[in-house]
Design a protein around this ligand. Structure first.
Ligand code: SAH
Length: 360
């Protein structure tokens, strides 16, 4: 039995079954045994691969976009370039490299990396060695100093713990995780009926709610409405809030049982973009998108960038560039193509003019 499994079993034995939110939080962020505390999950030899790890073109497009967003916000001095969940630091490295063509942006920003994992902080520090822009690491968005904020979040919101509610004959009940008689983790239901949840649905339906993501978006939108700035959120998810669940576990590039080995797999849910849009608008922010990642990156000129890179590449490198482009923008099964399931959405100060990438 892994140390985290032992700890979860003890918690359940003491306090009773736990919510999915608590389970995800323990599995991903337990200070000693949490997945992100103990793993470098990215790349072919890891558990999954993210867009910045597929190609530098992704970070370059986001870098150009965020520096344009800064200019469109009247180029405020003392601004902060913030990244939520920077992984290996690859995205930020690509962003800072392309930002050199916009020297006034670089001259007016400091970087904040929001990262809980000491292991990933070390990797980020290595990747970003030699950058002249000042960089600070923070465990929580709330620690970012007051300033106009230019924020990037790629595959961050899917990692925030969600809750499930299941419709029963007697009403909605929260899905819990407890122990079976054999001592294995097993799904169950709370005995308490949720009276907030006033959603009509047939018995057996599931609703997924990410209260943590909605609260964080609210907090970010509040800051942006007061101090100026934008958030660009890129992640997999759906445009409309729907019934159903998307809780999944991935290890070594395959789907695995999310209750099987806590702390050993990446646990996520799809992002409910509509819910996050409502949370941002409720604070007075302007929202553009979501649009499909493929459409967003094409509008920003990723195909032209691929052509330019191909011109100075060897034939083998040209094949890699073309296949990376296809993977980032192409439609179809998400394991091969990110262009459709992944989406981009921007949250900004209400006075910001429309930013590129969001035409449908
Ligand atoms: N953006 C990166 C990595 C995505 S994985 C990329 O595209 O490659 C999720 C990242 O968010 C990891 O860096 C993880 O350690 C971090 N993370 C997860 N939950 C977090 C939390 N609650 N607070 C801060 N960082 C978190």
């Amino acid at each position: 039995m892994s140390p985290l499994m032992r700890e979860i079993a003890t918690i359940i034995a003491q306090d009773g079954p736990i919510t999915l939110e608590r389970y995800m939080s323990l599995c991903l962020s337990h200070p000693r045994y949490g997945y992100y505390m103990t793993h470098d999950p990215f790349g072919a030899g890891g558990d999954f691969i993210t867009a910045p790890e597929i190609s530098q073109m992704f970070g370059e497009m986001l870098g150009v976009w965020i520096s344009e967003a800064w200019s469109a916000s009247d180029g405020p001095a003392g601004a902060r370039l913030v990244e939520l969940g920077p992984g290996r630091g690859t995205l930020m490295s690509d962003v800072l490299r392309v930002a050199r063509v916009a020297p006034s942006f670089l001259a007016n920003i400091e970087v904040d990396l929001i990262e809980t994992s000491p292991l990933l902080r070390d990797l980020q520090r290595q990747t970003l060695t030699g950058e002249s822009t000042p960089i600070d690491w923070r465990a929580d968005f709330g620690e970012v100093p007051r300033a106009p904020l230019f924020i990037l979040a790629n595959e961050f919101f899917d990692a925030l713990p969600a809750r499930h509610f299941v419709k029963t004959e007697s009403g909605w009940r929260e899905r819990l995780i407890g122990l079976s008689s054999a001592g294995a983790l097993a799904f169950g239901l709370s005995s308490r009926v949720e009276s907030g949840l006033n959603v009509q649905a047939p018995s057996g339906s599931v609703i997924e709610v990410n209260a943590i993501a909605q609260r964080l978006i609210g907090e970010i939108a509040e800051r942006i409405v007061v101090d100026g700035g934008v958030l660009l959120l890129v992640d997999y998810g759906y445009t409309q809030t729907t019934l159903g669940e998307s809780f999944q576990a991935v290890a070594r590039h395959a789907y695995v049982d999310p209750l099987e080995s806590p702390g050993e797999a990446d646990l996520t849910t799809h992002v409910d973009f509509a819910a996050l849009k409502r949370a941002a608008r409720a604070k007075g922010a302007k929202v553009q998108g979501p649009v499909a990642q493929g459409s967003f990156l094409r509008q920003l000129g990723i195909a032209r960038r691929a052509e330019t890179l191909c011109r100075r590449a060897t034939p083998a490198q040209q094949i890699d560039i073309e296949s990376a482009l296809d993977r980032l923008v192409g439609a179809g099964d998400v394991r091969e193509h990110m262009g459709e399931l992944f989406k981009a959405m921007a949250i900004m100060h209400p006075d910001t003019p429309d930013l590129p990438g969001f035409e449908s």
